[in-house]
Design a protein around this ligand. Structure first.
Ligand code: COA
Length: 141
């Protein structure tokens, strides 16, 4: 079941340990994205197993901020489905940006398979030697 997040999902979203950013930042992103209708969740029965958040906070462009599938549910196409859901939601903007750490091979593989191309990198976001890589996809409406 893939659906827009409701405010009642927030507590469960915050419980997901994503280890991508510091807790406070993760919580801020989740609160803001749920409030702005920029969060989509996947449930397996009652359990929240994956989510994506996006907003216009990257040079006023649509930008995927967090895409997370819990360990037990990876490699079942959920990451791909959530990315496609954001592509549909952002179609009116005709473009979508995503970023990930240089060390994140799974995310880079997912992006490469789905037509995202490199769009630069940012130092000083993560630990030295682990640049934040930006990717871009042109969307057609
Ligand atoms: C990156 C992540 C979202 C991928 O989610 P997922 O649901 O496992 O991905 P999918 O099943 O949709 O994979 C689609 C395709 O991407 C590629 N891919 C995904 N994970 C991969 C991996 N670990 N190794 C190689 N290729 C991978 C494959 O081509 C895959 O297709 P296939 O399974 O038919 O070979 C997931 O690993 C995750 O949540 N990681 C931790 C959080 C994170 O790093 N998020 C990204 C930065 S915000």
């Amino acid at each position: 079941m893939i659906m827009p997040a409701l405010s009642s999902d927030l507590e469960e979203l915050i419980e997901v340990d994503i280890a991508l950013t510091v807790r406070e930042r993760q919580n801020e992103i989740l609160r803001a994205s749920v409030a702005a209708d920029g969060c989509i969740v996947v449930r397996d029965g009652e359990r929240l197993v994956a989510f994506v958040t996006w907003d216009l906070g990257f040079f006023n462009r649509p930008f995927v901020r967090l895409l997370v599938v819990i360990d037990s549910h990876r490699r079942r196409g959920l990451g791909r489905r959530l990315l496609l859901a954001v592509e549909r939601a952002a179609a009116a903007y005709a473009e979508l940006f995503v970023s990930t750490e240089a060390i994140n091979a799974p995310m880079q593989a997912l992006l490469a398979v789905h037509g995202y191309v490199p769009s630069g990198s940012i130092d000083n976001i993560n630990a030295p030697g682990n640049a934040e890589l930006v990717f871009y996809k042109r969307l057609s409406e």
